[in-house]
Design a protein around this ligand. Sequence first.
Ligand code: TXA
Ligand code: MG
Length: 318
Amino acid sequence: MAVIGKDIEHAAKLLSKGGLVAIPTETVYGLAANAYNPDAVVRVFEAKNRPSFDPLIVHCHELEYANNFTTDWDEDAKKLADIFWPGPLTLLIQKRPQIPELVTSGMDRVAVRVPDHSLTLSLLKILDFPLVAPSANPFGYISPTSAQHVKDQLGDRIDYILDGGECEVGVESTIVGFDNNNPVIYRLGGLDIKEIESEIGKVILREYSSSNPQAPGMLTSHYSPRKKVVLGNIEELLIEFKEHKKGVLLYNNKSIETENKFVLTPSNNIREAAKNLFSALRSMDQLNVDLILAEYAPNEGLGLAINDRLMRAASQTK
Ligand code: TXA
Ligand code: MG
C-alpha cells in the first residue's frame, strides 16, 4: 500500500526509476510518471484503467521549460501562459518528438500546464523530465482532492502519495487549444473563461462528444459516482423521488427538510462550492442511499465548470 508523505526527494527517486507517484496540484491530485519514459506512461494507463485513446496532460515547473518538449506556440497561447501559469490552465501545443505518441494518443498537440502548488513545483524543479499526470482516480470516477482520496482508490497500484493537503480549486484545469489561431475551450475548468477572454478576446466553447477525436477524454459520462445522480430543481426532485432513500446535494443553504443533506457552499461563494464539489460527491457516494439528488450552481464563472461536472456525473448509465 502506498505511503502518504511529503518527501519530494523520495518521490523524485521513484519517478526517475519509472515509478508512479500521486502529486497534489491546486485543481485535483494527479497520478504522475516520467513523461519521457513510455514504460512509465503505460503504467499510468494501467493503474487508472484508462483507455489509451485518452491523452495525458504534461506538467512542468515553468513556461521556459515547456519549450523543451513543445514548439510553434501561438502568440495568444504564450500570453495566456505568461499570465495564468502557474495556475489551472492547460494549453494544447504542438509537441516535439521527445513526447511519446502514447502521451498524446497519437495527436500532434500535447496538453501542457504548470500547476500552482509549492510542493509539486519543488518536485518538478529537481527532475530532469516533465511529468504526465491525469487525475489520480480510476477512469471515469470522481477526481481526488485529498491524499486520502487517492489512497482509498489507487493505494495498492502506485508507489507513493505526496501529501499537499486539500486542493484549493477543486475542479480540473481549463483546457484551451488554438484552431487556425482561434482560441477554443476544450474543457471548462478552474480558470474562468471570462478571465481568458479579458486577455485574448472571444473564445469558442467546443461541444463535447465521445466521438470527437480532438478531445477523446471529454466523455459525456465522467467524473461519476457509482450511485445514480439526478440533477434538476431540488423541490421538484424531492417530490418525484419521495419514496427513495436519497442524498441531497444543495448548492447553498436552503430551508429544505430532508436527511443526508450536503451544502456545497454555506457562505454562498462559488469558489468554496468548487473546492467542495468532488469530496461532497465522494461522501454522498458512500451513504446508504439509492440515489443522489443535486441542483445546479449559478451558470456563470466557475459555476459553468461545476455544472459541467454535475451533468457528467448525472449522465452515467448505471
Ligand atoms: O487539473 C487538471 O488538469 C488535472 C491535474 C492533475 O493537472 N489533470 C487532469 O487530467 O484533469 P485528466 O487526464 O484527468 O484530464 C485531462 C483531459 C482529458 O480529458 C484528455 O482527453 C484531455 O485532457 N487531453 C489531454 N491531452 C490532450 C490532447 N493532446 N488533446 C486534446 N485533449 C487532451
Ligand atoms: Mg480525469
